[in-house]
Design a protein around this ligand. Structure first.
Ligand code: AMP
Ligand code: MG
Length: 398
């Protein structure tokens, strides 16, 4: 079977997943969620004209006279009266403007003696006043649809008195690992065993990108155990298994899943690492069968599963951002498979990116993956590249 080109594989994945439905959540739970519609303000901000500084509310026409301080307007409690000619009102930052006043003089620019006030400097009428609505108006769109909510959006929505709003539901992702050699982190590691690192990797990746991971545990490489574990795949939006998708005698997951309803869309993509990836539909649920080598599984996640998760959540589905960087060393010609080289980029003082990929590229190597912050993307049959040439990178740091 010929290998499917990466971009065709991605297109098939994206065409087969849908945006999830919406749910209404509290602003207190909204960090990192994706808005499902425009969110409008429930009030005008500031709701009233307010002082921007600590000082005195006056009539600009009066500033050359000695004024009488007749009261106070503080944040949360306005001055009840109306300012008359010759009067001033002590006012504080955020306090409502005083009826009849048109200017605030900052306290650094006055001399006060008892209730007598002399203004030393005030340049313009209207100084130091925040007009009602100078930030935003009632009904104005504060945050657009398809925005990932961060702390600044939360502050803005809170100020607009938006207590709850609609976001895309988070994809639930069932994660199953397979392999007789795997033990969970923290266990006593006997002979011939290794620690399961892919499940912690995928649990974290799913969380990092807005999903809800569900750990189905590890299946032994037997039909019975794989069957028992896949019976747990229910009420999820994505099912991902890790390991056992290659052509070894113990790589049984694809066949067991097929008996249980898996329709394979593709198996084997022209990429390195990650070639043996399986993609299909498991009883209505998008299914990714990832290779067991951690870097292979990671590159498959970055290329296919991340865009799918983003599409489901109504986000830009390109996944990790791509950019360009100058090579710090020569790189040989690309081969028959699209190659993702784990690499490290840095920026010089002018913001220009440089990249090197001198760590081992073994797909079993986790240290290389953890120390990389990007993947150099080498196209199929790319000519050799020299130090100084620009190459495409995927930036993988969260
Ligand atoms: P497989 O895809 O099952 O042939 O596994 C390929 C390699 O990845 C083997 O060296 C496995 O031991 C390793 N591997 C598979 N699953 C995991 C896992 N969950 N954590 C760490 N290594 C794994
Ligand atoms: Mg295995």
């Amino acid at each position: 079977m010929s290998l499917l080109p990466v971009y065709d594989a991605l297109e098939r994945v994206l065409n087969s997943v849908d945006q999830l439905d919406n749910e209404t959540i509290s602003i207190h739970d909204a960090l990192g969620r994706i808005t499902a519609g425009d969110i409008n303000s429930n009030l005008t901000q500031p709701p009233f004209a307010a002082s921007a500084m600590d000082g005195y509310a006056v009539k600009f026409a009066d500033i050359d006279q000695t004024l009488e301080v007749v009261g106070e307007s503080q944040a949360g409690l306005s001055y009840a009266g109306t300012l008359k000619t010759g009067q001033a009102v002590r006012i504080f930052t955020g306090a409502p403007m005083v009826d009849g006043a048109d200017t605030v003089v900052i306290q650094e620019n006055v001399d006060r003696d008892g209730n007598n006030l002399i203004i030393n400097d005030c340049k313009a009428i209207g100084s130091n006043i925040r007009d009602a609505g100078s930030d935003f108006m009632d009904g104005e769109c504060l945050v657009e649809a398809h925005t990932k909510i961060d702390a600044r959006h939360i502050a803005l929505l809170a100020a607009g008195n938006v207590a709850e709003f609609s976001v895309f539901r988070q994809p639930k992702v069932a994660i199953l690992s397979t392999g007789d050699e795997l033990l969970e982190v923290g266990s006593e590691i006997g002979p011939d065993k290794i620690v399961n690192s892919n499940v912690p990797l995928f649990m974290a990746l799913v969380k990092e990108h807005g999903g809800i991971p569900i750990n189905l545990g590890t299946a032994q490489d037997t039909e019975e155990d794989v069957k028992a574990k896949i019976a747990l795949v229910k009420d999820v939006d994505i099912f991902v298994s890790i390991g056992g998708v290659s052509v070894g005698d113990y790589d049984i997951i694809q066949n067991v899943l097929k008996e249980a309803g898996l329709k394979v869309d593709f198996w084997k993509v022209a990429m390195q690492p990650g070639k043996p990836i399986v993609y299909g539909n498991f009883n209505g649920i998008p299914y990714f069968g990832m290779p067991g080598n951690p870097s292979s599984a990671y590159v498959c996640f970055a290329n296919f599963m991340l865009p799918a998760m983003y599409k489901m959540q109504g986000q830009d589905q390109s996944g990790f951002p791509s950019s360009h960087a100058r090579l710090e060393h020569d790189v040989r010609a690309g081969g028959a498979r699209l190659n993702y080289m784990r690499a490290f980029y840095h920026e010089n003082e002018r913001g220009e990116k440089y990249v090197n990929s001198t760590l081992t590229q073994s797909s079993a190597n986790l240290k290389t993956l953890a120390r990389s912050n990007c993947l150099i993307v080498r196209d199929v049959d790319a000519p050799p590249a020299d130090a100084g040439d620009l190459v495409k990178i995927f930036i993988i740091e969260p």
